[in-house]
Design a protein around this ligand. Structure first.
Ligand code: 2B7
Length: 648
């Protein structure tokens, strides 16, 4: 039998050879799950095979079709899976690929999910889990087709005249796979989700530049079509992430090949203080980083320090920056490509690269790349240096301020801030503290509270609000010092949660733009300086009502405009009479009794529990609010104010 050059991978590389029964018996082991995620994983698997053919340099296009009958099609314009006979097996390479499971534990079992694609062998898994599937191969000027049911061949590899493909695509060679998921396997759903797939394809397109992705949804009345193509891959991703920010320089992109490992990274600083760093190994996101990211970070710090010293900007030892300083405003992607079978993933969710040999490799590649970049682009390098140096100075200033606060706390011993109206209870688990915006609301809260277990600390919004200062500077404010001392747990490196005096910390601000702003500030403060309080679930936001509805003795408080309308209709149905509607513009408009009834009495009040994600979001909003660009800031405040009144 003729053996073409292009199929010389055959015998050694496909070390087959097991039937597909185990896949149907324990689908979850091979595809991760049999819910909607697993369903989409099977499509991703086929797409990744086409992507592999593109990465190998042969395919330029990948088409993905969601067909009217519920099946999905993937097409590539690569070489086409070889159809010649495999010596010793009496089967074509195509049939082997589609009906045999790659043996050897590496690809089977739970390792599968994290290996991110079976590297070609996933096709047979998808075949096994499909009610039906057909493959067409265009090769040597011929069109070949084979059909399967639940993984078993129903036809031989036939030369056919016409394609079954619903949409003609232009190409001389390539592979087409169409499959209909088996509903007895994917019991939750066999319906493909356009938006989800769109996102998956977008991410793939960023990581696999110069490949055209064409995605069609043929199921509805109107055909939906999305196309993705990125010339510069992860550099485009960086530019996308920084789209609405102020970058300090053009995005840096580097690629290095060391042996059989390829490192790519792209980075760009913007003028914010938040960090956005993503890392990938062979298109798999490593959400917990790993050795590639560690190598990158170390190299970044070193390259900046070296360059700073070299140009004489960092004169003495104290001038050098540490890793944390390089993070503020950093947007970066680290993308490692290495042989699939050497990858070691670690950690609970397998989101971390463990290969120790990778760290020095990435570190050196990054360091060399950055050094070269800094030499060639001194203006950009200077801007980066300034940004990082500022962060270092702020770190030192914050440390000094923290120490001052700690000293002050220690000096005053047990003396609590004068503005604090403390509670009688001494057990933190039973004690609450309300952080109240403004002195007048603070006054009402003080007289309305249950002093047995509720403490009140009024905070002047303005002080926090007016200064467009770095958060580190907040610590120097009397208000914030008072807060830290009232809480009792300290700040910075010396936090002692055993000393925390309240296990319920409740932020109470007006339901208007200013209130929202102050809430954001306080949340951000906790997020950056006392995150443990959030992690332990001690932080809350009080939800004062927006309206008071009254008809005679019937008084009700509602929290949104919708609720107002519903409750009013309800009240009308009762007896006749006028309903008075009072809108609370601020906490100050409520008297002590009303404040207790609506917002402080544990029996009636509505508290929003703050989790770390809320706080992180607040941190991002804060960054935006403090940013220099006025228009987006204004827009954000307005749009957020709307959602604030609706959000309970
Ligand atoms: C590792 C194995 C199983 N394969 C090939 C060649 C090309 C090729 C494929 C593919 C998904 C949907 C359209 C190699 C890879 C099998 O061996 S799989 N293209 N595309 C694909 O699955 N797309 C190949 C060497 C020479 N000629 C062709």
């Amino acid at each position: 039998m003729a053996k073409t050059n292009s199929s010389d991978y055959s015998a050694q590389q496909i070390q087959v050879l097991e039937g597909l029964e185990p896949v149907r018996k324990r689908p979850g082991m091979y595809i991760g799950s049999t819910d909607s995620t697993g369903l989409h994983e099977s499509l991703r698997e086929i797409v990744d095979n086409a992507v592999d053919e593109a990465l190998a340099g042969f395919a330029k296009n990948v088409w993905i079709l969601l067909n009217k009958d519920g099946s999905a099609t993937v097409v590539d314009d690569g070489r086409g899976i070889p159809v010649d006979m495999m010596p010793g097996y009496n089967k074509s390479a195509l049939e082997m690929v589609m009906t045999k499971l790659h043996a050897g534990g590496k690809f089977g079992g739970s390792a599968y999910k994290v290996s991110g694609g079976l590297h070609g062998v996933g096709s047979s898994v998808v075949n096994a889990l499909s009610d039906w599937l057909w493959v067409e191969v265009k090769r040597d000027g011929k069109l070949y087709r084979q059909e399967y049911k639940r993984g078993e061949a129903q036809t031989s590899v036939d030369v056919v005249k016409d394609t079954k493909l619903a949409l003609e695509v232009e190409r001389e060679t390539g592979t087409t796979v169409t499959f209909f998921p088996d509903a007895s396997i994917f019991t939750q759903t066999i319906e493909f989700d356009f938006d989800f797939i769109k996102k998956v394809l977008r991410d793939r397109a960023y990581l696999v530049p110069k490949v055209y992705f064409h995605f069609y949804d043929l199921r509805g009345e109107e055909i939906k079509e999305v196309n993705y193509y990125f010339e510069s891959g992860i550099k485009a991703l960086i530019e996308k992430i920084n789209e609405n920010k102020n970058p300090l320089h053009k995005a840096i992109y580097m690629q290095k090949i060391v042996g059989d490992v390829e490192v790519e990274f792209s980075l760009q600083y913007n003028d914010t203080y938040t960090e956005s760093v993503e890392s990938f190994v062979n298109v798999i996101p490593t959400i917990n980083g790993g050795t590639h990211l560690t190598g990158f970070r170390m190299a970044l710090t070193r390259a900046i320090n070296d360059y700073g010293k070299k140009i004489g900007a960092f004169k003495n030892e104290e001038d050098s920056v540490i890793g944390d300083d390089t993070r503020e405003g950093l947007t970066a992607v680290v993308y490692l490509k290495m042989p699939q079978d050497r990858i070691q993933f670690e950690g609970q969710t397998k989101g971390k690269l463990g290969n120790s040999e990778i760290q020095p490799l990435v570190q050196q590649a990054t360091k060399e790349g950055l050094q070269m970049y800094f030499e060639e682009n001194p203006a950009d390098a200077k801007r980066i240096l300034e940004k990082v140096y500022l962060a270092a100075k702020a770190r030192l200033a914050a440390k000094a301020a923290k120490e001052a606060v700690i000293r002050k706390g220690a000096l005053e011993g047990s003396s609590l801030p004068g503005k604090l109206a403390d509670c009688q209870e001494k057990d933190p688990a039973l004690s609450e503290i309300y952080l109240v915006e403004g002195d007048s609301a603070g006054g009402s809260a003080k007289s309305g509270r249950d002093r047995k277990f509720q403490a009140i600390l009024p905070l002047k919004g303005k002080i926090l609000n007016t200064e467009r200062a770095r958060l580190d500077k907040m610590i120097e404010h009397e208000e914030v010092k008072a807060l830290i001392i009232a809480l009792g747990a300290g700040i910075g490196d010396v936090i002692n949660m055993d000393k925390l005096r309240y296990h319920r910390i409740i932020i109470m601000t007006d339901a208007d733009v200013d209130g929202e702003h102050i809430e954001t500030l306080i949340l951000t403060f906790f997020y950056r300086h006392l995150p443990e309080i959030i992690r332990r679930g001690y932080l809350y936001v009080a939800m004062p009502p927006l309206f008071k509805l009254q008809k005679g003795k019937d008084i009700r408080y509602v929290y949104t405009e919708e609720e107002r309308d519903i409750v009013m209709t309800d009240m009308k149905k009762g007896s006749n009479g006028n309903i008075s509607v009072q809108r609370y513009k601020g906490l100050g408009e409520m008297n002590a009794e009303q404040l207790w009834d609506t917002t402080m009495n544990p029996e009636n009040r509505v508290l929003k529990h703050v989790n770390i994600n809320d706080a992180e979001e607040a941190d991002q909003v804060f960054t935006m609010l403090m940013g220099d660009e006025v228009p987006p800031r204004k827009h954000f405040i307005q749009s957020n104010a709307i959602s604030a009144t609706l959000d309970i």
